[in-house]
Ligand binder design. Structure first.
Ligand SMILES: [Zn+2]
Length: 156
């Protein structure tokens, strides 16, 4: 493949996207299209179905923003889940320190009663939505909280 053939190959591939290219790229492409019969033919052919082509490009563009939205949505759900977790631990710990009797068994039963069901549901949702390392990190965190929170609190 010589240089001209390479340029032709690239330019041909870029025909559907030529309008979106930046100014310099567009100039290079237009220069080639003006000289190249093969590309010209293709452009004319495509222009014949411009309406369909435009629609395709439009839907492609529209797909970008919902995708971004989804990431933000996932992140905010994740933030809410984190806040819920920390709140439950906070409330249980607060209760523990405010009861007159030091009651580790009560602390653990509170954890099992409140933390476990809510976190269980959250973990299922996280697993369905994220299914990545984060899920396992959170699961590990929850197991540590369930098993060792009473031990940890004994140090304070
Ligand atoms: Zn060409």
């Amino acid at each position: 493949m010589n240089k001209d053939e390479k340029i032709h190959y690239l330019a041909k591939e870029l025909i559907p996207f030529r309008e979106d290219a930046d100014l310099k790229t567009r100039k290079i492409l237009e220069e080639h299209y003006n000289e190249c019969k093969d590309c010209m033919k293709r452009i004319e052919l495509l222009d014949g179905v411009t309406s369909n082509e435009d629609l395709d490009i439009q839907t492609n563009k529209e797909q970008v923003s919902p995708f971004k939205g989804l990431i933000i949505f996932k992140l905010s759900i994740f933030a809410v889940f984190l806040v819920v977790r920390i709140s439950i631990i906070g409330i249980i710990t607060f209760n523990f320190y405010n009861s007159n009797v030091v009651n580790y068994a009560g602390l653990v039963s509170n954890l099992i009663l409140f933390y476990f069901p809510i976190v269980g549901i959250i973990n299922i949702i996280v697993f369905l939505f994220y299914r990545n390392k984060l899920f396992w990190v959170l699961l590990l965190f929850d197991i540590i909280v369930l098993l060792f929170l009473d031990d940890i609190l004994q140090f304070f």
